[in-house]
Design a protein around this ligand. Structure first.
Ligand SMILES: Nc1ncnc2c1ncn2[C@@H]1O[C@H](COP(=O)(O)OP(=O)(O)O)[C@@H](O)[C@H]1O
Ligand SMILES: [Mg+2]
Length: 372
C-alpha cells in the first residue's frame, strides 16, 4: 500500500525513508469508533487513539513512546503472554495479520483484537504494527440476542408439543371414558398443533436461509395476477366466501422475471394476514410502478383489508422476527420472511393504511429481464 507519489510532496506529514508517513494524522484516528494503536519498528507506541484510551483505561500521553507490550499486556484464553507467544517482531516473517480474537488485559478486561503488519517489502522486517481494539460488549450483545432467539423458539415449540403430549396421554389412559365426539375434538387439536410445529420449523429454515444469504432464486416469467387469482381460488375452494376477495390487475403490466414459488409464498402470507388479522374485503392490487434510484420499470402489489390496520408507531416493527400483535396463533415470522423474500427478488416492501382504512402491505419488484 506504499504510495510513492505522496513521498515527493512537501506539505504532507513528516516522512521516513520508504515513503510511509511517520505518524498518521491523529485527528482521523480519534474519530474512529474502534481503538487504534500503532507501534513503530521497535515496538514503541506512536498512535493511541481516543477509543483505545477508553477501552484500556490508559491516557494517550501515558501510552505514547512506551513499549506496546507494556501498554497492552495481552493474555490469551489460557493466560499466556500473547507478546511472548506470538513474538510479532521476531516471529514468522510471512505474517501479515492476525484475525480478530479475544485477548485480555491484566485486569481481566476482554478486548477483540486484530493486528496488521506493515513490513519492509515482502517478508521484510516489521515496520509498524497496527492494532485494532473493540470492546467485547458488542459480541456479548450478539450472544444475548441469540440466546433470546433460542428461548423464543424453544417456547414456541414447547406449547404445541405440551398440548400434543397432554391429549395423547389422556386418550391413551382413558380411551373408553370419552365419547367419539370428544375424541374427535382432542385429535383435531393434536392434528392442528402438529401442523403448527411443522409450520414453525419450515419458517425457521426460511429465516436461516434469509440470514445466511442462501435464499436461491429460480428466475422465470411470472404472471403475478395469475398467481393471485390461483391463490384466491384455493382459499375459496377451502371454504372461504368468494366475495371476501377482490383482484384488481392493471392491463398493461410489464413482464416480470421472478420466482413463482416465492411470489406464492409472499402473496399467501399477506393474504393470510389480511384474513386473520384484518377484516372485511381483502383486495389485491397489481399495477405498474418504478423502483430504485434509476426509476426502473417495476410492478407493485398491494394487499389491503378493511380491519383495524397497523398503527403507524408499530409499523417499523411488524417486519421483525417474532413480532406479533395481540391476536395469538401465528409465530410472528411471516412478515419477516415476506420481507426477506421480496428483498431476495430485488424489491422492497412497506406497510401503510389502506384507502378505506385497514392495513395495506405494498411490495414493488423490478420488471424486465433479470440482470445477469
Ligand atoms: N393485515 C393486517 N392487519 C392488522 N395487523 C396485521 C396485519 N398483518 C399483520 N399484522 C400484525 O403483524 C403481526 C406480525 O405478522 P406476521 O409476521 O405475519 O406474524 P403472525 O401472522 O404469525 O402473527 C401480526 O401478529 C399482526 O399483529
Ligand atoms: Mg402471518
Amino acid at each position: 500500500m506504499e504510495d510513492n507519489t505522496a513521498s515527493r510532496g512537501t506539505s504532507g506529514p513528516p516522512e521516513r525513508a520508504g515513503g510511509l508517513p511517520a505518524v498518521p494524522p491523529s485527528l482521523t484516528a480519534d474519530e474512529l469508533p474502534d481503538g487504534l494503536v500503532v507501534a513503530d519498528d521497535v515496538g514503541r507506541v506512536v498512535v493511541f487513539n481516543r477509543a483505545a484510551g477508553r477501552l484500556t483505561n490508559t491516557a494517550a500521553e501515558e501510552a505514547i513512546g512506551k513499549f506496546v507490550s507494556d501498554v497492552l499486556p495481552f493474555r490469551d484464553d489460557d493466560g499466556r503472554d500473547w507478546w511472548v507467544f506470538v513474538d510479532p517482531y521476531h516471529g514468522l516473517a510471512t505474517r501479515t495479520r492476525h484475525p480478530e480474537r479475544s485477548l485480555y488485559l491484566t485486569d481481566g478486561t476482554e478486548l477483540l483484537v486484530s493486528v496488521g503488519y506493515v513490513r519492509d517489502g515482502r517478508n521484510g522486517p516489521v515496520r509498524r504494527l497496527v492494532i485494532s481494539l473493540r470492546g467485547a460488549q458488542q459480541r456479548a450483545r450478539l450472544e444475548r440476542s441469540r440466546a433470546e432467539l433460542v428461548s423464543t423458539v424453544a417456547h414456541e415449540l414447547r406449547s404445541p408439543l405440551t398440548s400434543v403430549k397432554g391429549f395423547t396421554a389422556t386418550l391413551l389412559a382413558k380411551w373408553h371414558r370419552f365419547t367419539d365426539d370428544q375424541k374427535v375434538v382432542m385429535l383435531e387439536t393434536v392434528n392442528a398443533d402438529a401442523d403448527r410445529v411443522t409450520r414453525l420449523i419450515t419458517e425457521l429454515l426460511d429465516v436461516s436461509r434469509i440470514e445466511s444469504g442462501r435464499m436461491e432464486v429460480h428466475r422465470q416469467l411470472v404472471d403475478i395476477p395469475d398467481r393471485a387469482r390461483k391463490l384466491i381460488a384455493g382459499r375459496v375452494a377451502a371454504g372461504e366466501p368468494e366475495d371476501r376477495f377482490r383482484l384488481e390487475a392493471a392491463p398493461d403490466l410489464p413482464d416480470t422475471w421472478l420466482d413463482a414459488d416465492k411470489i406464492d409464498q409472499i402473496l399467501g402470507n399477506l393474504v393470510e394476514n389480511a384474513v386473520r388479522h384484518g377484516a372485511g374485503i381483502v383486495t389485491v392490487v397489481v399495477e405498474r410502478a418504478r423502483i430504485g434510484g434509476d426509476q426502473a420499470e417495476a410492478v407493485a402489489v398491494a394487499v389491503r383489508d378493511q380491519g383495524e390496520g397497523i398503527p403507524p408507531e408499530v409499523a417499523p416493527r411488524v417486519f421483525r422476527q417474532f413480532w406479533r400483535g395481540k391476536r395469538r396463533g401465528g409465530t410472528g415470522l411471516g412478515l419477516y420472511i415476506v420481507k426477506g423474500l421480496v428483498e431476495a427478488l430485488g424489491g422492497d416492501i412497506t406497510v401503510g393504511r389502506a384507502p378505506g382504512g385497514g392495513a395495506e402491505f405494498r411490495f414493488t419488484l423490478p420488471a424486465g429481464a433479470p440482470v445477469a
